[in-house]
Design a protein around this ligand. Sequence first.
Ligand code: NAD
Ligand code: MG
Length: 390
Amino acid sequence: MRRVSIFGATGSIGQNTIDLIDRNPSAYDVVALTGGANIEKLAADARRLNADLAVTAHEDRLEDLRDALSGSGVEVAAGQAALTEAAARPADWVMSAIVGAAGLPPGIEALKQGVTLALANKETLVCAGALVLDTARAHNARLLPVDSEHSAVFQALAGEDMSAVERIIITASGGAFRDWPLSDLASATVEQASSHPNWNMGQRITIDSASMFNKALELIETKEFFDVDPGQIEVLVHPESIVHALVGFNDGGVMAHMGAPDMRHAIGYALHWPDRRDLPVERLNLAKLGQLRFQEPDEARYPALRLARHVMERGGQSGAVFNAAKERALDHFIARRVGFLQMADIVETVLNRFDAADGLLDAPLTLDNILQTDHLARKWADDAVIQRAG
Ligand code: NAD
Ligand code: MG
């Protein structure tokens, strides 16, 4: 039996992971499930899967979780420290599917136990690439990508020599506003940004897809995961979301990975790796699709991509700054304090302020330093919002 833990079990990726485990429950021994405010879902899954432990991120919901699981034998805990403690429990395979930089501390802790970490939480690599990879190496842990583009690249690279790789192309659907006139974007609402044409995902990543901040994070994730130069990574807008990524080799050959837009493919690939197993995803019918379209991204429409290129060149703590400022800007957009286009302005203002502050970006990449950077970048994002309002 494989011991598995799922961080962010109540979210979109977490539920897709549980869907796969539910299809073959006798193969898995569920160690820990974690969630946020949706106590009912967390408790129901922990009970059904007979988890050892259920953790809510919210300390004030501990009693609710305890009540919901009374008589089940499932241990309960709450709060950020409890999440990290849950990651220290022995497991073989751990899904990292918390949204945001909150996923970083449990992810690092899980790697320290030498697990296989299935990484949906791209923020982990954006904020702490070198630290994460070093920790994995030091503890003989394995990192497997779950982001669909990165899973696609990983699959296209199977058996290949990295020195033969010329370029990596990740695709982007273009999100909710792909076909909107540029002049309308300023007034785009939270509701409009929260619906994705092809993928069914959590609200935050869906809005990040509309602004291309998701693709910006993925550019940085690609650089960190595959250790390639920023100049070797390209973004291609592909409205159908069928080709997830392409790898170009030095002989001119290009390997493309295709599949229906269903995260259970990438999750299942990471769950069964290095084997391939039957997965409940729709089979492609290219004749029925008829055509696949590709176009270059318009940087005027998507300033997030330009900012990500700056971060990849700058390195150091700039990934943590970029992510934290983006998370705060998104909070402010969701709270309707700033408009859709102002999110990129806020992130750029915070990046510039860090660039101008002596030494901050070059602090060693330790978890403590990254968390401090994250905290300061959020504060400076708030400052930027206050200045705009003033
Ligand atoms: P979601 O919002 O649906 O779920 C997030 C999960 O994290 C929930 O279980 C929630 O309770 C928990 N959570 C939220 N804030 C937390 C905090 N501060 N501390 C601890 N737990 C917290 O998100 P999602 O769409 O499933 O995305 C999860 C991660 O996977 C993100 O990093 C996202 O970028 C990445 N990802 C998602 C998809 C997708 O299809 N949804 C695809 C690729 C990558
Ligand atoms: Mg992706």
